[in-house]
Write a protein that binds this ligand. Sequence first.
Ligand code: FES
Length: 166
Amino acid sequence: MSDKDQGVSRRQFLNYTIMGVGGFLVAGTITPMLRFAIDPVLKADAASDMVAVGDISEFSSEPQRKDFTLPVVDGWAEYDMGLSAWISIDEAGEVLALSPICTHLGCAVTWEGNESHPNEYYCPCHDGRYTSDGVNIPGTPPTRPLDTYEYEVRDGVLYLGQPVQR
Ligand code: FES
């Protein structure tokens, strides 16, 4: 019996089998690589997450320091970032959540950290000073205001997100 008499020749059957097995192996190899390459795109944007830092009634015009942890996704790395904020509320009810990191060289800024400069944020490293709304005072080393945190108030709870430069 010749090859033409059969529905599929031995050669065709062998070709189909090799192509099928080869395709299966290539797909099995490439799929995990593609998944790894686009994994961050498939994940939810954790950078937009906000975390609760307390009941809004806890805060007043007097700045109060709060420490909190923010989940961060940076490419393939996921970790919790420890952060701090100086939080106050102005007469209009607007929340001001300031980063305590000095914009000069990164030391920690504290509210009323120097008795000679009441009602100001103070950086002890090089006598940096900021007004109560976090604006750098001319003539001191910092050249820009303190960063502010994104915030939301939901059901009476204050949530903070990433610090942003003003
Ligand atoms: S680091 Fe704050 S004034 Fe220099």
